[in-house]
Design a protein around this ligand. Structure first.
Ligand code: OGA
Ligand code: MN
Length: 390
């Protein structure tokens, strides 16, 4: 990193006041300190900025093709799924208009995006199961590192609080903090996991907002970035079925250029085994840094991921952070698969987009059971990520 001194600034500009000069110096310093950042990092910074809001014109939008720049239109390739997903599993809901429509990008071979793969009611069902059924033991969550989460799960406790069934006087109301003095969890599987800060006992309605991820199937060991072979729990049936259906539908899907470059996914869908999953729960201010998912032994099998709740900006780059990433809108109901070369690409989520919750996920007097889930997704995005490990 190069240092900027006031002489750098002086030589280029004259100032009306000492204040102006100080401001210019501060600006120059902040610009110079980013000179050596990678292309991926620079892009993350752009989309993370809230004031002033970034320019979104270069974000790829598969759902409103007409709104894309010409440069993006030139890289978008419309392709066909092998099967209509709704014929493979009832969990996708009613069929879409263009049931086999999906997309890839010329310069990101192996990427497959299926916009609006799930009907609104199917989306509601998955959101419910991600909160009510999967965010509890035996699946581990970030909260387990610091809290003694009850076996019923944090969602169950939150529901009891919302229904007035428990109050702060009840012994079960506050989830206690773990005694870390003699705990192997100090290191254990959480060694390198994203850390919790501001630890304190909280009402369930606040603790539920601290839920950041759960892992299912083979449990991930954050310390050495491997899967714990001895810790394998049953894979949740619904998200396993969804991922397997996607793997079948994207068999033989891809794009080859005139010059022979490109990629077609040849992974046999019927061989796909959903073995490890991560569910990410993002609050509006959360983000996910650039990374490559490379702990799986089997890197030929596609990684299947789907989005629920608020939309996000998803960045997809190359095998190093120096490759400038492309930005893509991912919305509730979208499926994204990473196949072949795309499996080795850096990707991340620099921003959740506020005010993008679809109307059908908001509270609705005709569906009072949905209210509590609406209260959660009203400020959140959920991402389900399914991998075959072996
Ligand atoms: C991940 C991941 C992307 C998303 O969990 O590894 O890349 O869309 N998630 O949240
Ligand atoms: Mn990932």
């Amino acid at each position: 990193m190069t240092n900027v001194t006031s002489s750098d600034v002086h030589t280029t500009k004259k100032f009306k006041s000492r204040r102006q000069e100080k401001l210019a110096l501060k600006n120059a310093q902040s610009n110079k300190s980013y000179v050596n950042q990678t292309a991926f990092r620079a892009c993350e910074r752009i989309y993370r900025t809230r004031l002033p809001p970034p320019d979104f014109t270069e974000v790829i939008d598969f759902e409103n093709l007409a709104s894309n720049t010409q440069q993006n239109l030139d890289r978008i390739v419309k392709i066909e799924l092998k099967h209509d997903l709704t014929e493979l599993s009832p969990l996708f809901g009613e069929s879409r208009n263009d049931a086999k429509l999906c997309y890839t990008l010329r310069d990101f071979p192996g990427l497959v995006v299926i916009p609006q793969a799930f009907s609104p009611s199917a989306q509601k069902n998955i959101i419910k199961s991600c909160l009510r059924d999967h965010a509890k033991h035996p699946n581990l969550s970030n909260l387990d590192a610091h809290y003694v989460v009850p076996d019923g799960g944090i969602w169950n406790l939150y529901e009891k609080e919302a229904k007035g069934e428990i109050s702060p006087e009840d012994p079960s109301y506050y989830v206690p903090l773990k005694d870390m003095s003699d705990s192997e969890d100090k290191v254990g599987v959480y060694g390198d996991a994203p850390k919790e800060t501001n630890l304190s006992v909280l009402p369930p309605s606040q603790l539920i907002r601290r839920l950041r991820w759960i892992t299912c199937g083979y449990q991930y060991n954050w310390l050495d970035k491997t899967y714990a072979l001895e810790k394998r729990y049953p894979f949740p049936e619904d998200i396993g079925d969804i991922a397997s259906a996607v793997a079948k539908a994207i068999e033989g899907v891809g794009h080859i250029e005139m010059d022979g470059s490109g990629y077609v996914n040849q992974y046999e869908g019927s061989k796909f085994k959903p073995e490890a999953g991560v569910i990410n729960y993002y609050q509006l201010k959360d983000s996910l840094m650039a990374h490559v998912d490379k702990s799986e032994i089997n890197m030929d099998a596609p990684l299947v991921s789907f989005s629920l709740g608020h939309s996000c900006i998803y960045l997809l780059g190359g095998t190093t952070r120096d490759v400038p990433p492309v930005a893509i809108y991912l919305r509730s109901g979208d499926v994204l698969a990473m196949c072949g070369p795309c499996r080795a690409a850096f990707h991340g989520v620099p921003r959740i987009l506020e005010s993008t919750l679809p109307d059908y996920l908001k509270t609705n007097p005709e569906d009072p059971d949905w209210d509590i889930y609406a209260s959660f997704v009203n400020e959140a995005r959920i991402n389900v990520n399914v991998r075959q490990v072996f």
